[in-house]
Ligand binder design. Sequence first.
Ligand code: PBG
Length: 328
Amino acid sequence: MAHPMFRPRRLREKPLLRKLVRETALAVDDLVHPLFAVHGRGVREPIASMPGQFHLSIDEMVKDTKDIASMGIPAVLLFGLPSDKDPRGSEAYAEDGIVQQAIRAVKDVVPDLLVITDVCLCQYTSHGHCGIVEGGTVRNDATLELLSRVAVSHAEAGADMVAPSDMMDGRVGSIREALDDSSFTDMPIMAYSAKYASSFYGPFRDAADSAPQFGDRRAYQMDPANGAEAMREIALDLDEGADIVMVKPALPYLDIISRAKAEFGVPLAAYSVSGEYAMIRAAGRLGWLDEERAMMEALTSIRRAGADVVITYFARDAARVLERGTVS
Ligand code: PBG
């Protein structure tokens, strides 16, 4: 045969044909922007390891959330840096804690923006672990009660969804029960179900001042080599009442995202974490790759793998590109 019968290049020749047959669309509707709240006023402090991201006092955060909502981004994911840390992470569940204040302020001024909150203790504990530490290890069951208090305090402050990221066993069930007991039966839970013990959280731990003071998180976060275990974690969280399940990080775990979508077919989020952001930003700044194209390619790949929701520090940059309609 002189010529191939099928020539895939036929559909690649013209930009409009490429557009016509494109399989995956990234949309602004899918994006969630993480933000870091700090105490004080007028604070907008750049986070060195995450260029373009800031520690924001609540007055400044309100300005950014207005901007984020005006771009059509549906949700933010809030993290807080407390004024004091203690072994039980008390500010995490304090009525006037930093995140609780931030939720109230944002919902007050920008009611149409969804406020999702990270439910964890590591930013708030003096030892930097995600639970109560006794005898050098994180106690699972004792931690559940505190996590439930965190979630209920976020609900009381007006959060739209809570997102437990601690990786304790049974925390989704425990939080669901606590929310229901406090009449928050309609409050959805987005569970960080398959959360790996990843080096890609490095820049975040600077940003959130949440590095463990001893040891690491491998006794509760997942081993990066495991895939089947991720499916079991997701199944457990769904059984316990999770409404959205999450895979985190995203880019090194696209296979896990794809398996999760195929096996469960439930709403699925992927968190493109601080290290993924920092890598693309840094290489872009050095002129080693085209940052905008790399960003769009990475975010699209996460959608292609099967994520419905993409949590990314690039949310605003991506929204600008999507608004413009073309990658430059
Ligand atoms: C808290 C938490 C972490 C991240 C989200 N929630 C850090 C960690 O587990 O060490 C990481 C987010 C990122 O890297 O962007 N447990």
